[in-house]
Design a protein around this ligand. Sequence first.
Ligand SMILES: [Zn+2]
Length: 141
Amino acid sequence: MAHLDASTIAVAVKSLKDAADIAKVLVGLRDAAQIKTKVIDLQSAILTAQSDALSAQHEQMVLLQQVRELQAEVAGLKQQLSSRGNLPEALICPMCRNELRVTAEHDDSTFAFAGVKVHSVACAKCSYTGDRRYRPGKGYS
Ligand SMILES: [Zn+2]
């Protein structure tokens, strides 16, 4: 994760201002040797400004990418929440909160006489599996 760093843009703006300042001095010069020196300074300042602008642009792209990823994550979570409705807690994956699927039903080994069942559940998202005690008509316990 890149840090939000406004100074990258500030550095690029300052580099451009430095280049502009050199250009202003250059316009006022008459001496050929001085002009040559200032042109070299100006080229160097422009290269620095270009490099700083690229850094700022790269950082902005990274941040935009993070915004897109977070937006997708929020949309996914919203969809999970709305599709879940009144799903019992027993059918929500304890690892990733995805909806669990009942993959098998067995009689409970201890309470089968009372009609208690065991539901094997599985998460399609994180491959969590587990068992839930189920009483027909009463739900999970
Ligand atoms: Zn899961």
